[in-house]
Write a protein that binds this ligand. Sequence first.
Ligand code: AFP
Length: 340
Amino acid sequence: MLPPTGLSNLPMIDDKIVTIERFLLDTQPESATGELTAIFYDLAVAGKIIGAQTRRAGLLDMLGLAGQTNVQGESQQKLDLLADEVIVRLNDHTGRLAAMVTEERKDWVRIPEGYKKGHYVLVYDPLDGSSNIDTNISIGTIFGIYRVLDKENPGRLEDCLQPGRDLVAAGYIFYGTSTMLVYSAGKGVHSFTLEPSMGEFLLSKENIRIPEKPAYYSVNHSAGRTWCKEMDNYISWLRDEYEPALSFRYIGSLVADFHRNLLHGGVFAYPATPAKPNGKIRLLYEAAPLAYLAEQAGGYGSDGKQRILDIVPTELHQRTPVFIGNRDLVEKAEELLKNC
Ligand code: AFP
């Protein structure tokens, strides 16, 4: 049945319009306190603010470098700093979090004096792919949520250094042709699209599964001159042998590359090279949340030797090689890269 005129341009599931708030409330377990739901809701608000600022960046002269470098030694774009500030200020006083880890700050973020510490830890990359901002390419916010290890003593470094298998939830907000929030809390992956005139995230896809037949492989080929020969073999297998033939697509903005491969099937690879022995992608707030989403959608994430979700971080800003996407494509990387 066609929806009544005027509604046809709104995302609907089974003829229903479902807001993110409604979905979160309806899907939380009966025993839930509502704390996690509230954190999601605040992240959705952060997505609206960051999305709006991203769209206005050109007008407001926010595209340029902020003149500082972050903990990885990379230039910080003004929008990186703004996005980071938005997330901290939305979350540090709510009593739901005990700590935060962000790409933009060397140390983990404490809850300010005078505010209650909650039972969750938020790890995030406020604006991934930010070197693409000045060319108007899609970028995103990646996040993961952990429970504190000890409710009686919340907010310690140990709470921040947990393996991805202990994630309670993870997701990303994608600032593309539309703003989307994609998340999983352990029961499938769901996406919400921001309806810009109303400012509401509406459910656009429930239970996303990576298609069994993948369409794409994504890797920065220019790094190929220094790959080990096993990596060359893997890329040849993807490019020349895999059936059905895969197309090569690489944006260089992780959320955008991951999102495309989630919907159409494929693998995103950022392997180790002699210059970058641990690759480039950060374990805690990039690789682990995306590997969690991939597994929730029927895929898999590996560092080439082991499951990403089993890696226990020893440092907040640790990097890891990544292979994330369809299980068969990632397992082939593990098979071929054993001795790399
Ligand atoms: P920036 O945030 O500095 O743009 O880095 C983005 C990123 O971490 C990730 O989003 C990309 O997948 C990856 O780097 C691209 O790296 P290369 O430019 O080396 O391919």
